[in-house]
Design a protein around this ligand. Structure first.
Ligand SMILES: Cc1cc2nc3c(=O)[nH]c(=O)nc-3n(C[C@H](O)[C@H](O)[C@H](O)COP(=O)(O)O)c2cc1C
Length: 440
């Protein structure tokens, strides 16, 4: 259980039904007794256009990473297409530092089911899947139980709440690959194939699962929708900042006194999140840097952190809100080691489909390992930046960018730390021949 005791500065909307500390998931009876499934009851009386308009008004943006406007994504689906339309939940939660989707599934699985129902209704879909990473066995079981209860009570099935509309939903287990969180690779995996990314366009809204129009959204994105329908898009938008509606779950980790998952309004100052909600940097140390939105997001130096934590403000600061995983690094953190560890992750997780990502992440891992061990050269530091720059934007999916962005930002913002490590050992091993890399 990761959800912390509520902090007075939190705005609990998605997490408002949790009673801290609650051991078991909120069951169907408790959910229904607290307005649960009232959102889909209301949506069944609305036109699909009206549902999508409400989601557009809410300024809800995707909580999985890219922050794409949700209502707009839904409006791209051709509801009148003769093909089946599908709903897919991205519960792969692979971004290092991110642990919020599991909190939603662990505590309130029916919220996610209701979000899928409303999304399904809005695009005239009859079928959905929740794609959950294989390591989340516990949450797969919780979701399966909740889905069975929802079928038994008529919320799912051939005649949802007596409306004549059919909607079926099931879980699909992934096998623990970071790449399978990328929406097109996820769809390949869902279809039973190797999880390689697809060329886009076409985007899933036009050609997704089994070449049919498909909405892919994150767990948290769908889970925000029941309250938007119940209380109105304007109400939800008003909780955040313009173009950044609502609240979001922040996964606070690293060198903090109170790490955990918290729900805050979009636009809350990053330093307030760290110092007030997270209890400040641990052991009385100073803040060195923050990774604001999962390991792919460019790093922020301490002096850059006095900003609103919303999509637009972080983009303006050269970083991103990403998956809401905020990793705090104190003054003792070894930036070279952090980047070296991250590149080992990306090299391991690259699916190998695109050469710049496959080769680039492997070389970044290798070069950073020797920089970290104190046997790198000054040329290696420039090579990290050059390599990352030449990978960026040159791959089918954004995994290449996800590795390149931290590499470029760490080296540019903390070059002094990379240089300080150059001669940290007596043994000097010349770097292997690196010249051919320049052609990448
Ligand atoms: C390598 C990679 C891994 C990703 N992993 C996830 C993930 O685990 N969960 C997720 O929701 N989105 C992930 N995404 C983003 C998805 O491709 C997609 O943008 C998202 O599911 C859309 O939903 P949203 O609009 O609700 O955010 C990943 C993207 C990339 C490039």
């Amino acid at each position: 259980m990761l959800l912390n005791e509520p902090h007075p500065l939190e705005s609990r909307v998605l997490t408002r039904r949790y009673v801290y500390p609650q051991k078991d998931a909120i069951g169907i009876d408790q959910y229904v007794s607290q307005q649960g499934y009232d959102g889909i009851r209301k949506a069944l009386e609305m036109t699909p256009e009206a549902i999508i308009d409400e989601v557009k008004k809410s300024s809800l943006r995707g909580r999985g990473g890219a922050g794409f406007p949700t209502g707009m994504k839904w409006s791209f689906v051709d509801r009148k297409s003769p093909k089946p339309k599908y709903i897919v939940v991205n519960a792969d939660e692979g971004e290092p530092g991110t642990c919020k989707d599991r909190v939603i599934m662990e505590h309130e699985p029916h919220r996610l089911i209701e979000g899928c129902l409303i999304a399904g209704r809005s695009i005239n879909s009859n079928r959905g899947w929740i794609y959950i990473r294989g390591e989340y066995r516990k949450y797969i079981d919780i979701m399966d139980r909740a889905i069975a209860d929802a079928y038994a009570r008529g919320f799912l099935g051939d005649n949802v709440l007596g409306s004549g509309w059919t909607f079926h939903l099931s879980t699909h287990t992934g096998a623990g690959s970071y790449e399978c969180g990328e929406e097109s690779a996820l769809l390949e995996s869902l279809e039973g194939k190797r999880g390689n990314p697809r060329l886009k366009p076409p985007f899933p809204a036009t050609s997704g699962a089994f070449q049919c129009p498909t909405i892919v959204n994150n767990v948290e994105t769908y889970s925000a929708v029941p309250d938007i329908i119940l209380n109105g898009g304007d109400w939800y938008a008003g909780l955040g900042t313009p173009r950044n509606g609502g609240t979001r779950l922040v996964c606070l980790s690293g060198h903090l006194n109170r790490p955990g998952v918290y729900e805050v309004p979009l636009g809350m100052n990053m330093l307030t999140i760290i110092n007030e909600i997270g209890g400040g940097v641990w052991k009385g140390r100073k803040l060195k840097a923050v990774i604001p939105g999962g390991s792919s997001s460019p790093i922020l130096r301490a002096e850059e952190c006095d900003i609103p934590a919303d999509y637009d403000s972080l983009a303006k600061a050269g970083s991103m809100l990403g998956s809401g995983a905020t990793v705090v690094l104190d003054e003792t953190a070894d930036i070279v080691k952090v980047l070296s560890r991250l590149m080992a992750f990306y090299a391991h997780e690259s699916c190998g489909w695109c050469i710049p990502c496959r080769e680039g992440t492997a070389w970044l891992k290798k070069i950073l390992a020797r920089l970290d061990e104190g046997v790198g050269t000054k040329n290696d530091i420039d090579m990290v930046d050059q390599l990352a720059t030449s990978m960026f934007g040159r791959t089918f999916c954004a995994l290449g960018d996800a590795a390149a962005m931290p590499a470029m930002s760490y080296v540019r913002k903390f070059r002094d730390e990379f240089e300080a490590k150059l001669n940290s050992t007596q043994v000097f091993v010349p770097a292997p021949q690196t010249q051919p890399l320049v052609v990448l």
